[in-house]
Write a protein that binds this ligand. Structure first.
Ligand code: IVH
Length: 674
């Protein structure tokens, strides 16, 4: 094939593939089979390999994901990405409508566009001369992260626009995952022993904020676009409804359920309808976005803070479902606590299928009168943790059985004791196998030694195969031994050995957390590490010496002393030391604590940190994190969709840091601290 012929065929193939992507991802109406599609793509890939001079940015082959980046660059959004004020009732929607009419001096009805509010991740897409040049996360609204390489792997996003388009175009959309795809993803993760995503929103955010675009490419991500952020030359649209249509013409997926309403009552009817029909959708929605249709009116209304006055989000109440308690089993945690767990008839709620819910302790079950066989109402607290709200005694048939706490540990048959004044029943068995596994899982967890790939499924196998009986055995594992385990190929075995090896360098504070000493979480671990140069020094400490440390009370002190009194525990610590695990305090010694004495409150979700990561980042620098804003708070760190703490901070005049400012502060570039 000549160069000229190749170029021509490459262009033909691209056109064809683009057309089929559009049919498949945007119109949801493919005209060729997957196999036919694959063969077109294969032909294009091999031609581009032979003629690399013809590879272009917008070629469909560029979606597979290129180089791995070490971090995301920060990008400025062409216009700020705003957020929405919320309404929780039809009455609040009517009040919103009255407010707009009054402000605009408008007689008669106002038109609105009502759109489903998908619970996903906001993405800003920028096109130059019809070619996708940038995809960014929302970040703080002004600046986001450049996730272009990852965004390109989402096939529903056009790399090249269709029809007549402006030279520069920026649009906003919501990336999301279908519930069924999310379930499949989590099932696969569970099988591999990886941490599960709490809901499709987290899975979407986690997939897009991936440093390796190949991983993003393998995730079933979709998008709906809903805002025209910027067009140059201007797109000449007068309404949001026209904007949606224009987006469709350019080839963007636009949610077909969006509706043009001629007044607020129609909007309310739409909200009511979706409140009941939301369960039928293939994806999760958490409300309805209501937008004034006229863009002129929208601009005239302006903003309050970060919220446009002409838009409002109607939020659905937290989803509750009825289900049946099939059984109540008792689990033994790593500290030996016996926890009753309700085994439920599986139901989908707030994004994932729930089949179990913790019942915490004996009293909880009694107070809520939850019986085996009961019909119960469940919900997800904070949209994440499943909980039983109440039982429905009126639905009892007489076959229900009350729950009783066992007198022996279900895992090792040792005595189970509930001390006076305590809610928890505990197993006293030192060699309790249930605790062994949990202790290893905890040791490897993110807040502790953070050993990637060492999840519950692998630990289960390691213990079952007799390869590991306490945490120090982890450091003796070889690639060969691991390779023999289910679903662990040579490569993942090697990765796991590497990850275990890397954990040897974790700071002392983390090791203390990892050992699972009662009452020693990341904050206490940090304090202990600041006060003792090594684990040996800590092991020598007396109850009095420990209590002399501010913030260490008798309960913690006793627990630490008890831990090191136990011969078995000292043996494990020795073995860890011998394996080369760091047991000394490193460079974050006391005195090098830039945030010492400062109290922080976190609200809203940060893009670059989980809650516990942000907390640890502060605490490892000597700062303190508390749950509520008061005059003693030094800083409030505000992420996306902050709660009432944000308002409180504003009222009290407490310095507020956005994520970028928070990062700077952590990196020690915060300028003046205070
Ligand atoms: S409009 C000022 N439309 O909901 C424009 N948002 O705070 C604000 N969302 O962060 C966004 N579907 O991530 C808009 N059809 C839709 C939406 C939508 C989902 C999300 C978006 C935003 C949050 C509201």
């Amino acid at each position: 094939m000549t160069e000229l012929e190749a170029k021509k065929r490459i262009e033909e193939l691209r056109e064809e593939i683009r057309f089929h992507d559009y049919r498949y991802y945007v119109l949801d109406d493919p005209v060729i089979s997957d196999a036919e599609y694959d063969s077109l793509m294969q032909e294009l890939i091999s031609l581009e390999e032979k003629f690399p001079q013809f590879v272009t940015e917008d070629s469909p082959t560029q979606r597979v994901g290129g180089a791995v980046s070490s971090d995301f660059a920060t990008v400025n959004h062409p216009v700020p990405l705003l957020s929405l004020a919320n309404a929780y009732s039809p009455e609040e929607l009517r009040a919103f409508d009255r407010r707009l009419k009054k402000t605009l001096g408008h007689e008669g009805e106002l038109e609105y566009v009502a759109e489903l509010k998908i619970d996903g991740l906001t993405i800003a897409l920028t096109y130059q001369n019809g070619i996708l040049v940038q995809g960014a996360t929302r970040g703080n609204g002004m600046q986001g992260e450049d996730v272009t390489a990852n965004i390109k792997t989402i096939k529903a996003i056009p790399l090249k626009l269709r029809g007549q388009y402006p030279a520069t175009l920026a649009v906003r959309g919501e990336a999301y995952m279908r519930s069924a795809d999310f379930d499949r993803l989590n099932q696969a993760r569970e099988a591999r022993g990886e941490a599960l995503f709490a809901n499709p929103r987290n899975a979407t955010a986690g997939s897009i904020r991936q440093l390796n675009p190949r991983i993003t490419a393998a995730r079933p991500l979709l998008i709906y676009c809903y805002s025209l952020l910027m067009a140059d030359p201007p797109a000449q649209v007068k309404t949001q409804w026209e904007a949606l249509n224009r987006l469709k013409e350019w080839g963007f997926p636009v949610n077909p359920e969006s509706r043009l309403c001629s007044n607020i009552e129609e909007v309310i009817e739409y909200c009511r309808m979706w409140e009941t029909k939301r369960a039928d959708l293939e994806y999760e929605i958490d409300g309805i976005v209501v937008k004034i249709n006229s863009l002129e009116a929208y601009n005239k209304l302006g903003f309050t803070g970060k919220n446009p006055r002409g838009h409002i989000a109607y939020k659905f109440p937290a989803e509750q479902k009825e289900t049946t308690v099939k059984d109540i089993i008792v689990q033994v945690g790593r500290t030996g606590a016996l926890t009753p767990l309700a085994i439920l008839e599986p139901v989908r709620i707030a994004g994932s299928v729930v089949s179990r819910a913790s019942l915490h302790n004996e009293d909880y079950v009694k107070n809520k009168d939850i019986r085996i066989g009961d019909k119960v109402i469940i919900r997800k607290a904070g949209d994440v943790i499943p909980e039983v709200v109440r039982s429905l005694p009126e639905k009892r048939t007489g076959d229900e059985r009350p729950f009783t706490m066992p007198e022996v540990c279900p895992a090792c048959s040792a005595k189970a004791v509930r001390e006076p004044g305590e809610a928890v029943t505990r197993c006293v068995g030192l060699a309790c196998p249930a605790q062994q596994k949990e202790k290893i899982i905890h040791f490897a967890s993110k807040e502790a030694m953070d050993i990637e790939g060492l999840g519950p499924a692998i630990v289960e196998q390691l213990v079952a195969a007799g390869l590991v009986s306490d945490v120090s055995d982890l450091y003796k594992l070889t690639v060969q031994e691991l390779q023999g385990l289910e679903r662990l190929g040579p490569k993942s075995a090697q990765n796991l050995v590497n990850a275990i090896g890397a954990s040897k360098k974790r700071p002392l504070a983390r090791l203390l957390v990892a050992l699972g000493i009662r009452y020693v979480g990341s904050r206490v671990g940090q304090i202990l590490a600041e006060n003792f140069p090594s684990i040996d020094a800590l092991a020598q400490a007396t109850q009095e010496e420990l209590e002399a440390i501010p913030e260490i009370g008798p309960r913690i002190a006793e627990s630490v002393v008890d831990f090191f009194n136990e011969e078995q525990n000292r043996r494990v610590v020795e073995a860890l030391k011998k394996a080369g695990v760091n047991t000394r305090q490193g460079k974050t010694a006391a005195g090098e604590q830039p945030l010492a004495g400062l109290t922080f409150v976190l609200t809203g979700s940060l893009e670059g940190f989980t809650r516990s990561e942000a907390k640890e980042a502060i605490e490892s620098r000597g700062g303190k994190v508390t749950g509520s804003v008061s005059s003693k708070t030094d800083y409030v760190v505000v992420g996306a969709d902050p709660g009432s703490k944000y308002t409180k901070a504003q009222q009290l005049g407490i310095p507020i840091l956005n994520e970028a400012e928070f990062k700077k502060l952590l990196e020690g570039q915060g300028g003046e601290v205070r």
